[in-house]
Design a protein around this ligand. Structure first.
Ligand code: XMP
Ligand code: MG
Length: 179
């Protein structure tokens, strides 16, 4: 794998390789292709962090599917602010749809725990959560995760869409804060 990167005086070391990410996304796409064949599911990608994960996953699906985007934010630097803001809302009706939410990472779980009831209110036919990363040790709010690519320790990560104060999203691998 590549070299460490430094952002705002913090060092990040290579953690998950581009190949490992690609493999997991292929497996997830195959699982979703099997589980949602004939159901015309609607994927809801949570911006900003999920944009690369969502694009790579969506491109691997071999079924008819729709995707739309919402923007939620609760992070500043390497700490969750605990305050979830809807910056861009939903513009599609979910009633009777098979919905899959795509998230880059479940950390404390607060973002999805707060947001999911809004989706449930619209009475989708089904509602599942697919995440790239999950930090079980950090989770404080219950969220049912149906599909997960990687379970990781409670350390800040960046790359492959995830940022540190806006930077670091444009890498093919995922990095971990070194301490
Ligand atoms: P919660 O705590 O609500 O966090 O589950 C979800 C959102 O916070 C961001 N997040 C991270 N971003 N490295 C990042 O670059 C991390 O280690 C990290 N942990 C949480 C992310 O946007 C996620 O959607
Ligand atoms: Mg983020």
């Amino acid at each position: 794998m590549g070299h460490s990167i430094t952002l705002f005086n913090k060092t990040f070391v290579p953690f998950i390789s581009a190949e490992a990410i690609k493999d997991k996304i292929k497996t997830l796409a195959a699982d979703l292709t099997r589980d949602y064949a004939g159901k015309k599911p609607l994927f809801i990608s949570v911006l900003n962090g999920s944009f690369i994960f969502s694009a790579d996953l969506f491109r691997e699906l071999e079924i008819e599917a729709e995707i739309c985007f919402i923007k939620l934010a609760s992070y500043k630097g390497t700490q969750s602010t605990g305050h979830v803001v809807t910056a861009i809302g939903l513009d599609i009706n979910l009633t009777d749809r098979h919905v899959i939410v795509l998230e880059d990472i479940i950390d404390t779980g607060k973002t999805l725990h707060q947001f999911l009831p809004q989706l449930v209110n619209q009475q989708p036919a089904s509602l599942k959560i697919a995440v790239l990363l999950h930090k079980p040790e950090a989770q404080q709010y219950p969220v049912n995760i149906d599909y997960c690519c990687f379970t990781i320790p409670n350390k800040f990560v960046l790359g492959y869409g995830l940022d540190f104060d806006g930077l670091g999203r444009n890498t093919r691998e995922i990095y971990q804060l070194s301490e």
